[in-house]
Write a protein of this length. Structure first.
Length: 237
């Protein structure tokens, strides 16, 4: 926790993940289907995320829980919070030899889900220590991806709240400038006057049991990794 680091008189509690968007992009690029995906990007004019999202929507028409047997632990670059272990690695369960758009879409979705399970883990640890986090006010590149927003809402159980102004960094700079030039007497007043809530994405209650089970798998994969490491270290002593 940092006192006054963002807003004077208030505490900032930080919990971060070592790799999120970069990890998702790595999963996409690492697929043998990636060259064909890029061909489709060039042919259709859609970006890679739109194409994969469309494939997810298509698959979910017949099964809303398409990744019930596909799991990914996104510790590809270690874990920053709350495990604080830079030596942890990523894990995947459920791989096949399929080289299709469907297979890549499932991996991509699993990567996003893993980020959201990591977010849930951080929130749970904060709530255990006196916080009451019920909403996530989100900005940045993730706000442009409806699957990213949906999975974070469903997995954390928190409503995802977006700002009306999509360029949050530019707005933040303007707020600081307005406070520094005394157009507003405090940062708090500049924030409340110049910022406005936009759309929100609620958690889908019907997906709770599915994600509760996958969240258990998320933790079990971590425990398995630690178990395997101890097993090998004991064997090689």
């Amino acid at each position: 926790p940092y006192y006054g680091a963002m807003v004077p008189g208030l505490w900032l509690n930080e919990g971060g993940q070592s790799a999120t968007g970069s990890m998702v992009d790595f999963v996409i690029r690492d697929s043998s289907y990636y060259p064909k995906l890029m061909e489709e990007v060039e042919k259709t004019g859609k970006d890679q995320y739109q194409i994969l999202n469309d494939e997810i929507y298509r698959l979910e028409k017949s099964d809303p829980c398409i990744n019930k047997n596909f799991h990914l632990l996104g510790y590809f670059h270690g874990n920053r919070s709350p495990r604080a272990n830079p030596y942890l690695k990523g894990m995947i369960s459920g791989l096949s030899m399929n080289e299709t758009k469907t297979e890549l879409a499932k991996k991509y979705l699993a990567a996003i889900q893993s980020v959201a399970y990591g977010t849930r883990h951080i929130i749970e640890e904060l709530n255990k220590n006196g916080h009451q986090i019920k909403e996530i006010h989100i900005c940045g590149g993730g706000t442009k991806n409806p699957i990213w927003l949906r999975e974070h809402a469903d997995i954390t159980g928190c409503e995802m709240v977006l700002t009306k102004e999509p360029e949050a960094v530019l707005l933040g700079s303007a707020i600081l400038a307005a406070a520094a030039s005394k157009i507003y007497p405090t940062i708090q007043e500049a924030m409340s006057t110049m910022s406005e809530i936009g759309d929100s994405i609620p958690a889908r209650k019907e997906m709770k049991s599915y994600h509760d089970l996958k969240y258990r798998v998320f933790h079990e994969m971590y425990k398995d990794q630690i178990k395997y490491e101890k097993m090998m270290n004991m064997s090689l002593v």
